[in-house]
Ligand binder design. Sequence first.
Ligand SMILES: Cc1cc2nc3c(=O)[nH]c(=O)nc-3n(C[C@H](O)[C@H](O)[C@H](O)COP(=O)(O)O)c2cc1C
Length: 190
Amino acid sequence: MLKVVAVVASPRKDGNTEYLAKVALEQAEKRGVETELITLYDKDISYCTGCDKCKQTNKCAISDDMDELTEKIGCADGVIMASPVYFGNMTAQAKTFLDRLRPLRNVHAFKYKVCGAISAGGFRNGGQETTIASIHDAFLIQGAIIVGDNRPTAHYGAAGVGNTGEDEIGVETSRLLADRIVDVLLKLDG
Ligand SMILES: Cc1cc2nc3c(=O)[nH]c(=O)nc-3n(C[C@H](O)[C@H](O)[C@H](O)COP(=O)(O)O)c2cc1C
């Protein structure tokens, strides 16, 4: 069965980003796909030290919660990275997580993964698009297939503002992002 994983990189439990990630996963489930929500606020993840050992071993030299998370991402067919906007970009948690996925790059584990981004900010034009673009950069460098939200909105992915439970466009674009990911996965699978 196809599986879509959403990674929520907010330091806050049950926050605005997590809300939108759950909306996306509910939509993916409705389309018949298995899903899993991963939160980072409750994980122990150290910074990449740049030791480059992963280039020889395809494994990270650091042992922490990334052992299990790297395995989960490696097995997923679709990945949604969801981050709040912090000073116009992703959170430190999101960046650390993406950096630590480097061992997957050596084996081109993202080659047929369909990936997209969700971002939630306090303000309209607060940096949701720049945050999403930075997440896309990491996916691109992993060699992933990157998608945005499906038509009729069809832009960068999902962007939320303020209390995302009341943000209709944030909710709609999260659903449509999941739709687009599942559409492409089904096509690849077929
Ligand atoms: C350190 C910090 C920096 C922030 N920078 C921005 C920003 O540049 N633009 C913006 O729109 N919101 C900014 N915010 C607000 C958060 O993006 C917003 O509250 C978001 O909904 C938090 O998501 P969460 O509930 O999932 O943690 C910032 C918040 C913090 C704590």
